[in-house]
Design a protein around this ligand. Structure first.
Ligand SMILES: *Cc1c(COP(=O)(O)O)cnc(C)c1O
Length: 471
């Protein structure tokens, strides 16, 4: 058959519609979807036949059968309506993995989200008067209690928090920042660019590795709106360095009526040293040092939902509350419900560490991780084509937190002559609950640090499936 004949053999739309299968598709979707699908599939066939490199012998004429066309239509529609975002298994060992959704919520936080999703809520209403209330009041008191701050506010994320603070405090004014703190986080958040957006003018002082109090003070002009400190959460400058103590900076700034702002990044609530992690400054320490406004993320070390939390002096928080940008950056009821529930777990630190998944993963012993690795291994079908081993390794905290800290972990390694690790990793990502792993020394690594106990059986099932396909 020549090209023209093949083109003529593509069934007419009406003939396709007359098929029983068409009726089924129409009932599941709609007549419009069915027609769109038929048009899509037949157009594809037409271009395939008309293509310059078209080859008679390679063309499968079965594709022109109405039945097969309708199968393709069904697949086309299924793809469109199938959810793209699904839950996934994090076997990378990166605890705060931004691309995999950062922090998992504690059970009580997930429940709180579910509740406000299915019922109306007291989001912004006063129970006593029945009148409009305050959107932020549910979380403000607990944040103040945990950080020792006079006032608090919550916005969409920490980038929004920094933007709002600068816009409200230092628009059209100069903001002095150390060159060593001009950080970029995850590619799209660059401190200098955010400052520009807010309308503040950046004045850089000091050098990459050293900054002194006098550098800040020498930069002060009539136009100075604030001093900004940024916690270099995702890198450290080591060696010959000097930074300015927050308390000292605050003292001299306040003598000149200049507010001091700090972007803490992760922002931890209590010191995790007794749980085996290195020292990181807490939010309370910044407040105690007299910083006027501190911002940090809700879904990094705090272990809650995506949010930007702002704490500090009442007079400045009030300015933010009346700023028009706040309306554009405001958080929804799901965020507030999850955040409130997460924060309430902090009334008891041991409870927080036990119930907030991010803190639990960061603080649990490697022996517990080893137990999960052994359990996973026990569920995997053994054969001589795959070498499976449990090894000691190091996991990472991620999210730009504790940049130099390695945490002990146990991993399951998989190696085979039948399939490359890259291909295995690819196949594991294509499963119903996609699995994200890592590769090291040509071996596939399943890091149990970030795999939840409840996911082990499912994970084993998917691994077995992928391995079986190669035998
Ligand atoms: C992560 C981070 C941000 C951005 O926070 P988001 O909540 O992702 O918007 C800003 N500043 C610092 C120092 C950070 O570590």
């Amino acid at each position: 058959m020549g090209k023209q004949e093949l083109l003529k053999s593509i069934p007419a739309v009406n003939d396709i519609l007359a098929e029983k299968k068409s009726e089924k598709i129409k009932n599941e979707y709609s007549r419009n979807d069915l027609l769109e699908g038929i048009r899509y599939v037949t157009d594809k066939l037409r271009s395939k036949i008309l293509a310059d490199d078209f080859s008679q012998t390679n063309f499968d004429q079965d594709l022109l059968k109405t039945d097969n066309i309708l199968d393709s239509v069904n697949n086309y529609l299924k793809n469109i309506y199938q959810p793209e975002m699904s839950s996934a298994i994090n076997a990378t060992g990166v605890v705060i993995h931004t691309n995999l959704g950062r922090s998992l919520l504690a059970d009580s936080a997930a429940e709180a989200v579910n509740n406000v999703a299915k019922h109306y809520s007291t989001l912004e209403i006063d129970k006593d008067s029945g009148e409009r209330g305050d959107r932020y009041s549910s979380v403000q008191n607990i944040i103040k209690k945990l950080t020792g701050a006079e006032a608090a506010l919550v916005v969409n994320n920490n980038a929004a928090a920094v933007t709002l603070v600068l816009a409200a405090i230092a628009e059209d004014k100069e903001v002095v920042i150390s060159r060593g703190e001009l950080v970029e986080i995850g590619g799209s958040f660059r401190v200098p660019e955010v400052m520009e957006q807010s309308g503040a003018k950046l004045v850089e002082v000091g050098s990459t590795n050293k900054v002194y109090l006098k550098d800040y003070l020498n930069a002060v002009t009539e136009e100075t709106g604030a001093f900004l400190k940024v916690h270099t959460s995702n890198y450290r400058i080591k060696g010959f360095t000097a930074t300015v103590d927050a308390e000292e900076l605050v003292n001299d700034a306040h003598q000149r009526d200049i507010p001091v702002i700090e972007d803490l990044g992760s922002g931890i609530i209590f010191d995790l040293q007794s749980y085996g992690l290195p020292y990181e400054p807490t939010v309370k320490e910044s407040i105690d040092a007299g910083i006027d406004l501190v911002t940090f993320s809700g879904d990094k070390l705090l272990g809650g939902p995506q949010a930007g939390i702002i704490v500090g002096k009442k007079k400045y928080i009030e300015k933010l509350e009346y700023h028009p940008l706040l309306r554009a950056l405001r958080v929804d009821k799901f965020t507030l419900a999850a955040l409130e529930a997460t924060l309430k777990l902090y009334r008891n630190f041991d409870e927080a560490v036990d119930k907030i998944p991010t803190l639990k993963m960061l603080t649990e012993t490697d022996l517990k991780v080893k137990k999960r690795a052994e359990k996973l291994l026990s569920y995997i079908d053994k054969n001589d084509k795959f070498i499976l081993e449990i090894e000691k390794d190091t996991a990472r905290i991620g999210g730009g937190s504790y940049p130099l800290t390695e945490i002990k972990t146990y991993v399951l390694t998989i190696e085979s002559k039948l399939i490359s690790s890259e291909k295995m990793a690819y196949k594991l990502r294509q499963t119903e609950m996609p699995i994200f792993s890592r590769i090291k020394n040509q071996k596939l690594i399943i890091d149990l640090k970030t795999v939840q106990e409840s996911e082990i059986e499912l994970l084993a099932g998917e691994i077995n499936q992928v391995l079986r396909e190669e035998l």
